[in-house]
Design a protein around this ligand. Sequence first.
Ligand code: G4P
Length: 547
Amino acid sequence: IQTNQQEPAQEAVQSGSAKTPALIAREVQRRRTFGIISHPDAGKTTLTEKLLLFSGAIQMAGTVKARKSARHATSDWMEIEKQRGISVASSVMQFEFRDHIINLLDTPGHQDFSEDTYRVLTAVDSALMVIDAAKGVEAQTIKLLDVCRMRNTPIVTFMNKMDRETRDPLELLDELESVLKIQCAPVTWPIGMGKNFRGVYHLLRDEVLLFRAGEESANQTFEVVKGIDNPKLQEMFPLEMDQLRMEVELVHGASHPFNLEDFLAGIQTPVFFGSAINNFGVREILSALVDWAPPPRGRDATVRSVEPTEQPFSGFVFKIQANMDPAHRDRIAFLRVCSGRFERGMKVKHLRLGREVKVSSVVTFMASSREQVEEAYAGDIIGLPNHGNMQIGDSFSEGEMLQFTGIPYFAPDFFRQVRIRNPLKIKQLHKGLQQLGEEGAVQVFKPVQGGELVLGAVGVLQFEVVASRLMNEYGVDAVFEGTSISSARWVSSDDKKALADFEAALGHNVAYDAAGNLAYLATSGVNLRLTQERWPKLMFHATREHA
Ligand code: G4P
């Protein structure tokens, strides 16, 4: 089995001599930063919990789940508000496994589905895709995988719930390949399913991992039997083994052998079968992440690419979350470290504002609690408390002008018009929407003609959140109404006159977003297509980068 792991250059590291390049290289090499992508109910929460359990980061099953049900029990924003501290803490989890530091970033799904989900994926180096083996590929998986593909993020696949009646495993692989357009390399193969689920056969190690149901214990081990032709297996499962041998032959013939390079290029995904709730297959997933998933890699900035092992610190903000106390408008900016070594108390430059900030209070995210961070390296996420001066996409460095790229805004799928009950509050409304727009909670469009603002979101819960925050934090009682708009595209062109003509001709459907970018608000797919045809000198974009 190939691995991409180089043994950390331990001997070169001198204890105490803090900033040596060797220390940074070693720390980078042992980091893995990934997110879990899945359709709601596939088992993301369960798997997250088991990953933490295996790493010893939590002792008891049920912890993550309790948080989730607390979060989902209600979609009432006041309740969500109460839970915010918890969701801040659980949105990044750091834990250790086999001398590696693993950062697991939560990609909220379900009702929480929002632009955050997408942007979190810009901060990871790999992703774990969880699929409910009874259902196969589902809508949200497709969307999230498309986002991963924008950066060729390597993906490990976990086929979950094998303890239930599932679909035929070969058919599942077929579906993955045809719908998600990704090569599958099965690493483990299930023996039976549902009540007859016996375990998995590890294709690379030629051994069978025997399934045993059981949920709670942290150090659960499963019996391993070496060799597919082992008489012991034949004796235990006379019926299943013949079937397995046949399937394995088919799999060897029909699927791709695992290839580390193709995985790292995002072309191929290693596939594991298991049952998260029974801890089964979870250790294999953790090992795959440690052995195969990449450590932090170079990141593109406007001027050059930045290597994670460079000594000066740099990083970018990919998510902003309002903090617990709405009265203070505190926010936490989630920054992904891209290079160097971050130390508490150090001075860093906030490049958009051209301002030095001394970072004395930062938040790190351990699985069990929210703690003060002392140091961080590429791949780590740190939380910077601020009062609204930090925005998504902002870059920080020790001075060099490195604006990181690839932090997208996505064209919204849902639109609402905003009206307020009390016209005297118009100023507060605009201020609130401006700030919430900057925070990335919602996208705000101001049409060139006509006064009403249009809000855009990629998930409908965003509107609920915005309405309730406008009320609580800005004292604005806003009403959101449906609009005839069905999609939006950012518009650009080298031809200034064409842009001006476009703006003048279609003023009601042309708008500026919070960052001052021109957008076209289309009323239907046909309308968008016709407009594109009529204005050939303009380019229409479904995503835009941070301004
Ligand atoms: P999500 O975060 O992706 O939305 O999924 P979550 O982990 O909450 O799992 C969704 C449901 O699937 C849960 O059941 C969970 O217990 C179940 N589940 C997860 N992994 C497995 C598995 O390996 N086998 C089986 N059989 N079920 C699994 P629920 O009924 O919604 O919740 P609960 O009543 O169990 O709490």
